[in-house]
Design a binder for this molecule. Structure first.
Ligand code: TRP
Length: 457
């Protein structure tokens, strides 16, 4: 079967999986979540979520993939042929498709902002605002609003992103995904380190860091826990079979525990580094809380910060390169879920599968992109198409997927399956296995269920 493709080296395997995990979720969403959930207290809960729930769930996904050598739907069919559990995989394929249609749009904006940073257009008339923070903020706000609301430029950039994804995905697991990640991930870390060093030299770096690292325990509320869990799962690429699919490309010799710990730590490191960059900047440049919300952080606040720094263009180019790298490797992993599914289930060639998956994407992404412009009045349940897809996938589909994956692995997979997949990487230490199994069977399902119910009510 063509899905027998494997990552060729340990480095490539880790780079590809970290590439999937590190994305817009770390760089754009994480600092905004920290800010709106009480600072360091959120960071603490988030770290606990990654360590206690994220790693075991990641192990469950890796095991399902590696143990069955199949795609997100196939894994369930192999382990439980007569049941309806494959629907969990189908939910994942659907979610991956929906996420991809808005993820590529944001990646498209990033491409445009990178291009505008290179040409200098992004900052061309910002000086006219006289350097006052509020005026500058208005300038970049206006610029972004104008940009996303037009029809063609965002659309063309989204199409270029889809084009790049098609090229990489068609090239296959080793020559496309693995090779791309092995080159780009080190670049991403180098850029992050450079930014951290710069941010630490800002005037009020100390204040920013103490906001980010000194927890106020009274700020830990149920909603902070719900948000931290959602952020942890999204950031680790959990809940829709993405890591089942990647797991199926792991050779038998891969130590799952070591891989899961490495990937989670690196993913968390990137998120923490982003905090170390953003908060010193926010405090030093006197920006307000409101400027950290959602989309505006990356496309408004940071350009504002860059415009106040010497070598504006250089920082801007570096940052949008970073964001583009992160977004591309994640988008590719999201697309791979559907491609592996089409390739495996319908016996298509990789080229064919890529086309079948990506061509309708042009239409869906167009709808998402236009939902900021001509389609902005078209709303379902009060949300634009873009926001609807974002909310439905992150708040409902991913947690549901994660819940089902835990229950299946913990209770319904053939007896001893999970243990067999984990054993080589745990050596003789049974206690870790018991802990992981206990979490996957009991703790994770209960917590995820609470989160799901609380977001429904
Ligand atoms: N983890 C990526 C990010 O932080 C996004 C992502 C990639 C994802 N694959 C996924 C999210 C699978 C959920 C499920 O941006």
């Amino acid at each position: 079967m063509s899905n027998k493709a494997k990552f060729s080296s340990k480095l490539g395997l880790v780079a590809a999986t970290v590439g999937s995990a590190v994305g817009l979720g770390n760089i754009w969403r994480f600092p905004a979540e920290v800010q709106s959930n009480g600072g360091a207290a959120f960071l603490l809960v988030y770290i606990l979520c990654v360590l206690v729930l994220g790693i075991p769930l990641m192990l469950a996904e890796f095991s399902l993939g590696r143990g069955t050598q199949a795609d997100a739907v196939g894994a369930f069919k192999v382990l439980s042929p007569k049941s309806k559990w494959w629907l969990t995989g189908a939910l994942g394929v659907l979610a991956s498709y929906m996420i991809l249609s808005f993820y590529t749009v944001v990646a498209g904006w990033t491409l445009d902002y990178l291009w505008q940073s290179i040409t200098g257009d992004l900052y061309a008339s910002s000086n006219g605002s006289g350097g006052a923070t509020s005026a500058m903020n208005l300038y970049f706000h206006h610029k972004m609003e104008q940009y996303v609301c037009t029809t063609w430029p965002p659309l063309i950039n989204t199409f270029i992103i889809i084009g790049i994804c098609i090229a990489v995905l068609m090239a296959g697991v080793q020559k496309g995904i693995e090779r791309m990640s092995t080159w780009l991930m080190p670049l991403l870390f180098v850029i992050l380190v450079v930014f951290c060093c710069e941010a630490l030299s800002f005037d009020k770096a100390g204040e920013g860091l103490s906001y980010f690292f000194t927890p106020d325990f009274s700020k830990i509320t149920p909603s902070v826990i719900v948000n931290a869990l959602g952020q942890a799962f999204f950031s680790l690429s959990l809940g829709m079979g993405c890591l089942i699919t990647y797991g199926s490309y792991f050779p038998r010799s891969t130590k799952l525990m070591k891989t899961a710990v490495t990937v989670s730590m690196l993913d968390m490191l990137v998120a923490v580094m982003m905090g170390v960059i953003i908060f010193p900047a926010v405090f030093s440049f006197g920006l307000s809380d409101a400027e950290l919300r959602g989309t505006t952080l990356v496309f408004v606040t940071l350009p504002e910060v860059f415009s106040m720094m010497p070598a504006t263009g250089l920082w801007s180019v570096l940052f949008f390169t970073l964001l583009l790298v992160a977004a591309l490797t994640s988008a590719i992993s999201i697309g791979e879920v559907s491609i592996a599914f089409v390739q495996d289930r319908f016996g298509k060639s990789r080229r064919m599968a890529t086309l079948i998956v990506t061509l309708p994407l042009f239409a869906l992404s167009t709808l998402c992109s236009l939902s900021f412009g001509v389609l902005s009045d078209f709303k379902i349940a009060g949300l634009t198409i873009f926001n609807l897809l974002d909310t439905v996938t992150s708040n409902y589909m991913l947690p549901t997927g994660a819940l089902l994956i835990c229950i299946f692995t913990g209770w319904f997979a053939p007896k001893g399956f999970f243990r067999k997949e984990l054993t080589p990487s745990l050596g003789r230490d049974r206690r870790i296995y018991w802990a992981v199994e206990f979490i996957v069977r009991w703790i994770a399902p209960v917590l995820i269920l609470i989160v799901l119910l609380s977001s429904i009510i």
